[in-house]
Design a protein around this ligand. Sequence first.
Ligand code: MN
Length: 257
Amino acid sequence: MRVLVTNDDGIHAPGLACLEGVAAQVGNDVWTVAPETDQSGVAHSMSLNDPLRLREVGKQRFAVRGTPTDCVLMAVRHVLPEPPDLILSGFNKGQNLAEDITYSGTVAAAIEGTILGITSFALSQAYSFAPDVQPPYETAEALAPDLIRTLADLDVPAETLININFPNRAPGAVEGVRVTRQGRRNIDFLTIDKRSDGRGNPYYWLTYNGRPPQPDVGTDLEAVRAGFVSVTPLSIDMTDHACKAKVSEALGLDPDH
Ligand code: MN
């Protein structure tokens, strides 16, 4: 099996090296195409106003000065001799749960792979987000191979990617695996932190506003907080089918046309 490994934390990220090791356990032809620099939070953006620079950094390892989406496109359309059978994006430094999915470059790389018709998984390792703490990548490393093998054999629908999050625990302390739905954060989770520069002028950081309240049962948030690996199938078809019928009815239109 040919496996493409990518991420959004960049070619030098420890989580990428860890996932490359896992990819070598599940596949026999592993390629890495990852961003030159940290692209966390760039979501599904692609570079249309700047050229893409490709740098070979090792055997079947490449860095692209671009976004995770650029990396997947470069890998599939240019770098690999044949398209991969599987795309693994991660292990992201930090969880990608609830609305994180819409900001995440890690998830976006898997979205791009799915659009290109390739089975794609996003893999993230939860941690405390404390400044001097590294995520326990040994947890993802220990639990990912079996999970990836099982899910890769599943014949996932063409519209679907799988978002996998490993809890912030040692491998032996993980409670198990849960198949979950996308959760919701509290609405004021992201706030603006106003500071002053050396000349007294204001500047701003987006910042996280503490710990969300108890998440809903059955969600990705709840599973990871309770110490489970969360597996969420996501669809690239973002149509709200229930609302489509409601809007059609309000406009006096046939919902099926
Ligand atoms: Mn990241």
